[in-house]
Design a protein around this ligand. Structure first.
Ligand SMILES: Nc1ncnc2c1ncn2[C@@H]1O[C@H](COP(=O)(O)OP(=O)(O)OP(=O)(O)O)[C@@H](O)[C@H]1O
Length: 720
């Protein structure tokens, strides 16, 4: 389909941009962080739109289109996921846990050598520790002359143990810390990725603060389970000491050991029963903490609104109640913890008393040597600390389990956006990708924890058509589209909507507030999928393309473009987040977006930081940076959702100029309340009651004297 310049587009034929002949490797060196301007390199191509160059995947690369059902000429890799034709995406998907034992094992499995070293050193330092009471007993026996061993020999053995124990401890702690830090980094990356690939409705459901808490405090308590439990009296060491001590006690005195063993068993049962009752307290504490984070995030992200309404006192009072709730749950938690410790101590004191009474009488009766009782006393103390430490560890474990359950309940898996996850996983798996950027997201032996979810998405691959080509050359059609938002399934927003966005032309979408215009944008952007009907491009259902591929062919500029808190240049370069972008290309894009002049007048030019969400720039400046970003992206389809409505007349003119440039030759959908701004569009669609009620050019619709004509009349009156 031929591309035509809309009549209202200012002629910019004098502006021409060179198209670099070569294509640089896409994704070869993915730039996930934002390098400074000086490190930007050449990108593959640049605006203006040219259908002769398609910078995306070359033929023969990984296929990107799939359909369910039989395929005439399927081109797919053996390891592409398939489902039988009867099941649709999402059907029969078993919720899978974000954190599972399997995943933890795979992550730990990457550190086999270190694990082996840890186990060896754990056994060694426990052996040292547990040998000491035996030597102490012998020491007393040597002193009172019942043991014929030279004192210097005994002392040198003690000296060697004292020297070795700290060395083994250091090796054990260093190895355990290293393993767990690495495992946690992997896990954090996995969870981040898992959140990132959720469907958009997931983000409608959960607040940013809740999601932040998952990745910070909840994963933090999982991290603490090892970092806080590698000291002598905690965790594995405590466990090995308890087991070792009980074994030694049985060897030393089969008569005394059962009593102490029984006492230990009682302690464990008591503690276990007690701990079961504390799970809700841990959960409540975690949730109270998440609420605080939530309140803080909400307050500071809306600080201007808070200021403008004088809402400080209200926010303070909200914060106060969250903090008090956290405090109450913390105190309750503390009480449970301390009670737990006291219980342990009391039980161990009882065992010591039992030892004094029983052991003492056996020594008097000549059935037990004094050295053995002395060793027993030493072991009872070892047990005291070890059992106490174990109970603390169980407490931490409870917290970690509660946190894991929270993470798993939020990320239960059924809301994963498979069309996104699948494409992303394949991009990451591609050989060209710089592995260093993604190594944290890999788990040995599997593609992370999303593999099974993706197995339900697609069946057979139909074509490898270049999506870029399709969008540059074909119409985009909404066919009998029905839609209701997942969080409000009863409210039908679109009701059999049909609309064709002709290739290379401008379609304006107008209509009363709440009619569903922005919803159409969200569907075109594939933030949501239609509940019935379909969206096609050049006749192909868009659902047959993975979403990351789709994202590359659609640019959206809306009323409130979001900038990242990096430099202006880096924000523009975000148009091609996977590519290196040269400074010249950025400047070229900025010039075309009427942004260059204001950018160079900023203190550090293109390196000037724009502040959080671009707050250090004016609305018009933000808008032009967003347009430059879209120009750099050079996507064949463009969506302008009220892109100029928040601007004053001067800014609007500059932005409109830039937009006209951007729209040239692209399939464009413009949403505007001010009808004067869209009257030159190739076609105007009036959306009402979830359908397109009227369609035609400005004059055709005026001639119909329908809803559009009356809207124009109302706006004209308002203007006059
Ligand atoms: N994420 C969401 N979840 C549930 N309902 C939503 C969501 N977003 C929008 N809606 C609802 O969908 C309906 C259509 O909203 P939409 O934003 O598409 O209208 P619009 O025509 O763009 O309105 P306006 O011109 O005022 O921007 C509204 O009733 C709105 O409340």
């Amino acid at each position: 389909m031929a591309s035509t310049t809309p009549p209202f587009v200012l002629s910019l034929s004098h502006t021409r941009f060179t198209i670099p002949k070569h294509h640089t490797q896409r994704l070869t060196d993915c730039r996930l962080s934002f390098p400074s301007m000086s490190s930007f390199h050449r990108r593959s191509d640049l605006f203006p739109p040219s259908r002769s160059k398609f910078r995306r995947r070359s033929k023969g690369s990984i296929p990107s289109a799939y359909i369910t059902g039989p395929a005439s000429d399927p081109i797919f890799a053996d390891n592409d996921p398939k489902i039988d034709d009867s099941s649709s995406p999402g059907e029969n998907v078993q919720p899978s846990n974000a954190i599972s034992w399997g995943l933890l094992w795979s992550l730990l499995g990457q550190h086999k050598l270190r694990l082996a070293a840890s186990i060896l050193t754990l056994v060694s330092c426990t052996t040292c520790t547990l040998s000491m009471p035996i030597l102490s007993g012998r020491f007393f026996e040597v002193l009172i002359g019942v043991r014929p061993e030279p004192l210097w020999k005994l002392l040198s053995k003690v000296g060697v143990l004292y020297a070795l124990e700290p060395v083994f401890t250091v090796i054990f702690v260093v190895n355990m810390t290293t393993i767990w830090e690495k495992v946690m980094s992997n896990l954090r990356a996995q969870i981040f990725q898992r959140v990132l690939i959720q469907k958009v409705e997931f983000f409608d459901r959960y607040k940013v603060g809740e999601l932040t808490a998952l990745l910070t405090s909840d994963l933090g308590s999982l991290k603490d389970i090892v970092s806080e439990n590698i000291s002598r009296d905690r965790g594995f060491r405590a466990l090995s000491e308890v087991i070792g001590t009980i074994c030694i006690l049985f060897t030393l005195s089969p008569q005394l050991a059962p009593l102490l063993g029984l006492l230990m068993l009682s302690v464990s049962v008591l503690v276990a029963v007690y701990k079961r009752s504390t799970v809700p307290v841990f959960k409540a504490h975690g949730m109270a903490q998440a609420s605080i984070a939530d309140c803080v995030t909400e307050t500071f992200s809306a600080i201007r609104t808070v200021r403008s309404f004088g809402g400080e006192k209200r926010q303070m009072s909200m914060f106060r109640s969250q903090v008090l709730a956290f405090q109450t749950s913390g105190i309750k938690l503390g009480a449970f913890k301390s009670l737990n410790e006291s219980l342990t101590r009391t039980a161990v004191y009882i065992s010591l008393m039992a030892l004094y009474c029983l052991g003492g009488s056996k020594v008097k009766a000549g059935e037990l040597s004094i050295g053995t009782v002395a060793s027993f006393i030493g072991y009872t103390f070892t047990l005291t600390f070890a059992v106490q430490g174990l109970v603390n560890t169980f407490g931490d474990l409870r917290g970690a389990f509660a946190a894991t359950e929270r993470i798993n309940s939020v990320l239960c898996g059924v809301e994963v956006d498979e069309a996104l996850a699948y494409g992303l996983q394949r991009d990451i798996n591609r050989k060209e990708v710089n592995d260093k950027n993604f190594e944290l997201f890999f788990v040995n032996g599997s593609d992370g924890n999303n593999q099974s979810l993706n197995m339900h998405y697609m069946s057979a691959l139909k074509s490898t058509s270049n999506l870029d080509t399709l969008v540059w050359s074909g119409d985009v059609c909404l066919e009998d589209v029905h839609f209701s938002y997942p969080l409000r399934p009863d409210v039908q927003i679109l009701n059999g909507l049909n609309l064709t966005l002709k290739c290379g032309t401008v379609t304006a979408l107008v209509g009363p507030s709440g009619a569903g215009k922005s919803t159409i944008v969200q569907l075109l952007a594939r933030f949501y999928e239609p509940t019935r009907g379909r969206i096609t491009v050049a006749g192909e259902d868009v659902r047959t393309f993975d979403k990351s591929e789709w994202a590359r062919v659609v640019s959206i500029v809306n009323q409130e473009p979001v900038l990242f808190s990096v430099s202006v240049g880096e924000n523009i370069a975000y148009g091609l987040p996977d590519d290196y972008v040269s400074k010249e290309d950025i400047i070229k894009a900025a010039k075309a977006a009427n942004a260059h002049d204001f950018i160079i007048s900023l203190p550090q030019g293109y390196d000037t930081l724009v502040g959080e969400r671009g707050g250090l720039l004016s609305g018009g400046q933000r808008q032009r940076v967003a347009i430059a970003r879209a120009l750099l992206k050079n996507a064949p389809m463009l969506i302008l959702d009220e892109a100029t409505s928040a601007l004053d007349a001067a800014s609007e003119r500059l932005v409109q100029d830039a937009l006209n440039h951007l729209m040239k030759g692209r399939t464009t959908l413009v949403i505007a309340h001010r009808l004067s701004t869209v009257q030159n569009a190739h076609q105007i669609a009036l959306c009402s009651d979830g359908k397109i009620a009227e369609l035609g050019t400005h004059f055709e619709l005026l001639g119909k004297k329908g809803q559009y004509a009356s809207l124009v009349g109302i706006q004209r009156l308002a203007f006059e």
